[in-house]
Design a protein around this ligand. Structure first.
Ligand code: TYM
Length: 333
């Protein structure tokens, strides 16, 4: 029998999961678990490149485990784990730090953006972050890594690091491909369509746990465009606000851009914005309710992430042992 292809992806529990995380990568993950050998993790090690409140971080990690399951990741059919529970990530991360160049890290746009935002805390972890992300990926030898547009550069540097390592030591790592969805790869902020939706701008960001009335309010107040035409038409350059809403509506309803334009022809933004809000409310409602139900059962969640860490560790340690041997470390025996 042919072996299943492997895929892996992760999200940082650095804030509540939002619509960008969901419509970009997360909603596609459940479709993949039947066909592929899937690893989904919570990238908690990455979150401390920015100062975190410890109690909040713990709460968010548990919530995110529940949300992964509520979004359809059946823990019996995939490996769901927390990054800090598998020490091989940090161990391989260090090795890969030594095969990653200062120059290439300096070119990472996310590093430049984050460094500009937190001038008082430009720590070494923020800089070497892509090497740890490369370790997250390469430990599991995946064929592909589904992410949103903003993480493409990090998957590309991961490929460069893996090729460099393989070039010295032979075929140690499989070279993974990024997998970017056609619709939803870059959801923009609702109150500032020139920047991507992110946890740092709450009014422009819809989280998976937001109450329906808050979601509707955020969509009603969504910034649309100051063009005179005021019609629902997909044109990201000219009309970034309304095009973002069309993209969101297309992603949650499965309709094409043309179908949406036709349905709202002559109706203007006033009718379109609440319709998008309602469609999002209905998409997120079952996820929120299921998350709340799962959060009440801490023992179940603990069972899931413990079993996940055990399964992930077995695979990750195999790759780590191979790497240690290649670079010349003496095995403990
Ligand atoms: P993070 O936590 O910032 O985002 C998680 C995923 O959500 C996507 N995403 C978006 N997609 C569409 N529109 C948006 N506005 C939007 N905002 C975020 C991201 O592209 C990403 O796919 N470094 C990673 C986490 C990570 C990882 C990994 C991912 C660590 N190790 C290994 C894959 C494989 C990050 O910070 O993503």
């Amino acid at each position: 029998m042919e072996e299943k292809k492997v895929m892996l992806s992760g999200i940082q529990p650095s804030g509540d999961l939002h619509l960008g995380n969901y419509l970009g990568p997360l909603r596609h993950w459940p479709e993949m678990i039947e066909e592929f050998d899937c690893y989904f993790f919570l990238a908690d090690l990455h979150t401390i490149t920015v100062r975190q409140d410890p109690a909040q971080l713990r709460r968010r990690v548990l919530t995110q485990v529940a949300q992964y399951i509520a979004c359809g990741l059946d823990p019996e059919k995939c490996t769901l784990f927390i990054q800090s529970h598998v020490p091989a990530h940090a161990q391989l991360g260090w090795v890969l730090d030594c095969y990653t160049m200062f120059g290439e890290l300096s070119r990472m746009t996310q590093f430049k953006d984050k460094a500009a935002k937190q001038k008082e805390n430009i720590n070494a972890g923020l800089f070497t972050y892509p090497a740890l992300m490369a370790a997250d990926i390469l430990l599991y030898q995946p064929d592909f890594v589904p992410v949103g547009e903003d993480q493409k550069q990090h998957v590309e540097i991961c490929r460069d690091i893996a090729e460099r390592f393989n070039g010295i030591y032979g075929e140690v790592f499989k070279i993974p491909a990024p997998h970017i969805p056609k619709v939803g790869a870059r959801i923009m902020s609702l109150n500032d369509p020139s920047s991507k939706m992110s946890k740092s701008n709450l009014e422009g960001c819809v989280t998976l746990m937001d109450k329906p009335e808050d979601i509707l309010r955020k969509f009603k107040r969504a910034v649309t465009d100051s063009d005179t035409e005021r019609c629902v038409r997909f044109a990201p350059q000219e009309k970034p606000g309304v095009s973002n809403l069309i993209q969101i509506y297309a992603a949650v309803t499965g309709k094409s851009f043309e179908e949406i334009e036709e349905a709202f022809a002559g109706k203007g933004y006033g009718a379109f914005k609440p319709a998008v809000g309602e469609a999002v409310v209905e998409t997120l409602r079952p996820i929120r309710e299921e998350t709340e139900r799962l959060l009440a059962d801490k023992a179940y969640l603990e069972g899931v992430y413990k079993a996940g860490a055990e399964r992930a560790s077995r695979v990750a340690e195999k790759t780590l042992r191979k790497v240690y041997k290649k670079v010349g470390f003496v095995p403990r025996g």
